[in-house]
Design a protein around this ligand. Sequence first.
Ligand code: ATP
Ligand code: FE
Length: 336
Amino acid sequence: MRILGIESSCDDTAAAIVEDGVRLIAEAKLSSALIQQRYGGVVPEVAAREHAMAVLPVVETVLAEAGMQLADLDAVAVTQGPGLLGALLVGVTFAKALARALHRPAIGVHHLEAHLYANSIGHPVEFPGLALIVSGGHTSLVWWRGHGDLEVIGATRDDAAGEALDKGARLLGLPYPGGPEIERLALTAGPEPAFRLPVARVTGAPLDFSFSGLKTATEDLVRQHPDARAGVARALQEAVVEALMKNVKRAYALYPVPHLYVAGGVAANQRLSEALTSFGREVGATVHVPPVALCTDNAAMVAAAGYYRWQRGERLQPGEGPKTPWQLQEVARVES
Ligand code: ATP
Ligand code: FE
């Protein structure tokens, strides 16, 4: 089953062809990040226009790379939400029209479920697992029992982990997206940590996260030590990793599963994957970290998630549009 995946929820227009949810045949991506950098963040209308221009060339590129024709595709999967409405509209409308013209099914995919399926490229996902989704807009802990069978057991109350890094980067005068910039700058800090930033706990909800206080604390630190940017970047990265790992450990104590997964743009962070890997070694769980290119938005993950949704009989109906907001918990099978 060869599925064309299309992703257009934010600032990347991506297409990929994946066979049976596992084997990546080809992928292509066009990012408007450089254009968005001029505005200091993603401007929804700018993103939508860029998708409209990019989607067809990206799909043609991926077909050429795969040496395939449109008629070789068995289905079209697309990110249906959540994300920027105008951006999603481009992908969803394109995917529905293409699928209809080809007489193939269209499948609508939840963007965060898709992030989880970045772990499916190369080898099938193994269950049960605990997954940490850390992206630009979301931070969630998921008890992942099977395909279409998951439970969100923790989430952020305010900012996402990636957002905390992006905001911190901005305070340090670094460009958007800030996560990779913080990681690079932190590497240039001295061997001993110069500062420590506070990690918030959410009272009464031990698996939930809160990152909004970190922004204020970072702001104060930057003001007090304007010449110690690398030290501040390192402290911010450490605080984010510590906050994430604390909850992963608490979750694991409640759900001692054999597999630990991480997904989303922040999963590209080396410090985070090191911390997870060493925790997995300690408790005897297998840690799965997607390759860096599949952590941030891409279409391979959409095609992979689409395959399993297709198996469950999920179809994007002709009259359906983007779904945003759309809670991840809603993708779980009704009977689960
Ligand atoms: P969502 O998936 O919640 O809709 P999004 O699609 O914008 O949001 P992703 O593309 O998954 O988010 O991830 C982008 C985020 O990942 C940004 O906040 C970015 O700063 C962060 N990020 C990317 N690379 C790294 C890195 N190496 N270290 C830390 N953070 C990173
Ligand atoms: Fe994303």
